[in-house]
Design a protein around this ligand. Structure first.
Ligand code: PLP
Length: 399
């Protein structure tokens, strides 16, 4: 039977300690042991089912982690206090001084800044490449390379990574393929396509209510144990731990992710088609004009669609700003960074979420000043939304 990530979440059965239909929330930072020997064993990482201290793990975090591992089809997972709190320990666990990462050049600005500005201080070098060209990726690999890093659908340009092709390269050169799947939960299952580690910012579609930041690392039991190791585990030692109350609230939101993703995708497909037909430069992986449309189709879990993210080019930053301010004024969404909310969110990445990327590099990768990134909301009547957006576009003169 074909892997279906939402069914894997549905198939989990959790009970609270008094038979509650939701697991009880663990409201403790530390845990008692019946014997001193078990405490010692737990420190050594050998006491399954025992909890030590909440920076290491908590029952609530494990419940959420197991649900996300089921969704991604990995052995297990470790949740973190933010997406960056998931991504940074993974890279620091896998790569050390004198070693090298090959990364997509179009990635979230914070991850880019970490690789470009922060990790060189630790003796880690990164080559940024056009991830859509496997021959360019291969040419950048050196004997020092340890990791290939990409986003399944990139922020903000919506480039699509050939995860199978990249995983073959990773195997050939004995590297780990780390994929950030924040933009395409359920639609793409990177581990099923050969990724070794899958990370998410839970802040976005997965939580879906823009009320918290959160992150997760999905991988093998071995790798997650390494991250949590009390002696040299980057997650344990850097301390980016999710709070149990948050883990339990994200778990509840995760259960409606499949319904939300279908609606995000439906609405984004509708708008992308309309915008393109109106003559706007529109990028959406569901459009035939997208250079990786067929690739996305070959990787996707069809029923969840092409996702909720699209971009248009308003021609200039001034026009983009004018349009976004007007759309917010008309209550068509919010001028805000982030994604995956019930309302449409829009921002100009060149001057916001990707501003860490120097202007020249932005130009080189095709990130224009007038680019507006939309996270399309759950609007009930998307035709009505479109009609109102079109009026705004006419008013600012981009249509
Ligand atoms: N990965 C992607 C693709 C993102 O868009 C973001 C945030 O915008 C992150 C990671 C970082 O996540 P967080 O803000 O939860 O730390």
């Amino acid at each position: 039977m074909k892997f279906n990530p939402a069914d894997k979440i549905q198939d989990l059965q959790y009970f609270g300690e008094f038979g509650g239909v939701n697991p009880s929330i663990s409201d403790s930072s530390t845990y008692t042991f019946l014997s001193a020997k078990t405490m010692f064993d737990t420190f050594e990482g050998n006491a399954d089912g025992c909890y030590l201290y909440s920076r290491h793990s908590t029952p609530s975090n494990l419940y959420l982690g197991e649900a996300l591992a089921a969704m991604e089809g990995t052995e297990t997972a470790n949740v973190a206090a933010s997406g960056m709190g998931a991504i940074t320990p993974v890279l620091l666990q896998l790569v050390g001084v004198g070693e090298h990462i090959v990364s997509s050049r179009t990635i979230y600005g914070g991850t880019y800044a970490f690789l470009k500005n922060f990790t060189p201080r630790l003796g880690i070098d990164t080559s940024f490449v056009d991830i859509t060209k496997l021959e360019v990726v291969e040419a950048a690999i050196t004997e020092k390379t340890k990791v290939l890093y990409c986003e399944s659908v990139s922020n903000p340009l919506l480039e699509v990574a050939d995860i199978k092709g990249l995983s073959e390269l990773a195997k050939k050169y004995n590297l780990k393929l780390v994929v950030d799947n924040t933009f395409s939960p359920l639609s793409i299952s990177p581990a099923k396509l050969g990724a070794d580690v899958v990370v998410h910012s839970l802040t976005k579609f997965i939580n879906g209510s823009s009320d918290t930041v959160g992150g997760v690392v999905c991988g093998t039991q071995d790798f997650i144990n390494n991250l949590r190791n009390v002696n040299d585990g980057a997650s344990m030692l850097l301390g980016s731990t999710m709070d149990s109350l948050r883990a339990s609230s994200i778990l509840k939101n995760l259960r409606t992710l499949h319904i939300r993703m279908k609606q995000h995708s439906f609405n984004a497909t509708f708008l992308a088609n309309k915008f393109e037909a109106d003559g706007l430069k529109t990028v959406y992986p569901g459009l035939k004009s997208h250079p990786s449309h067929e690739l996305f189709k070959s990787m996707m879990n069809v029923e969840y669609g092409f996702g909720g993210m699209l971009t248009i080019d308003a021609g200039s930053l001034e026009k983009a700003n004018e349009l976004m301010e007007l759309m917010q004024h008309k209550n068509l969404g919010y001028l805000a960074v982030s994604l995956g909310f019930y309302k449409t969110l829009f921002s100009a990445p060149g001057s916001s979420t990707s501003s860490e990327i120097p202007e020249e590099e932005q130009k080189e990768m095709g990130l224009s000043d007038g680019l507006i990134r939309f996270s399309i909301g759950l609007d009930n009547d998307i035709e009505r939304t479109y009609a109102m957006m079109k009026t705004c576009m006419k008013e600012v003169g981009i249509l």
